[in-house]
Design a protein around this ligand. Structure first.
Ligand code: THU
Length: 143
């Protein structure tokens, strides 16, 4: 489990922080399955559903680079295909094979679709950041 200092932007309780660090450990496990032969940059995501289930995903690259799927979207789309809907998720943790990582803009927009109150956990600037989607995507676009 991560030993980095925690940037708790949402006033999460000790119990919640423990739960989110476990989710981050799941994201690290998920990144081992990354198919990333072009960038060699592994990313894993773990989504915590409100029913307690955890759905994992990794990045999946393609020779036609633009067809690459990010880890966050793999996990959320996988969950959707299993019957989960926007509002069904509490949190998403994302981990990469680099010290500094934060979810790309496209994935922030996709996470937003599933709930701007979702807790988002990632490691950046030597810290484990715990924030909400709305906190990392201000002025978020919605229909
Ligand atoms: N990647 C993700 O999986 N999530 C992100 O939020 C940013 C980027 C992947 C896509 C590509 O396979 C690799 O990281 C390098 O961009």
């Amino acid at each position: 489990m991560s030993t980095k200092s925690i940037k708790n932007c949402i006033d999460a309780s000790t119990e919640q922080v423990e739960c989110y660090l476990k989710l981050l450990a799941d994201a690290h496990k998920a990144k081992d399955n990354a198919y990333c032969r072009y960038s060699n940059f592994q990313v894993g995501a773990a989504v915590l559903a409100k029913d307690g289930n955890i759905i994992k995903g990794c990045n999946v690259e393609n020779a036609s680079y633009g067809l690459t799927m990010c880890a966050e979207r793999t996990a959320l789309f996988k969950a959707t295909s299993e019957g989960y809907k926007p509002g069904d998720f509490e949190a998403i943790a994302i981990a990469a094979s680099a010290d500094d990582f934060s979810p790309c803009g496209a994935c922030r927009q996709v996470i937003n679709e599933f709930g701007d109150d979702m807790v988002v956990i990632f490691e950046f600037g030597g810290e484990t950041v715990i924030n909400t989607l709305a906190g990392i995507l201000p002025y978020n676009f919605k229909l």
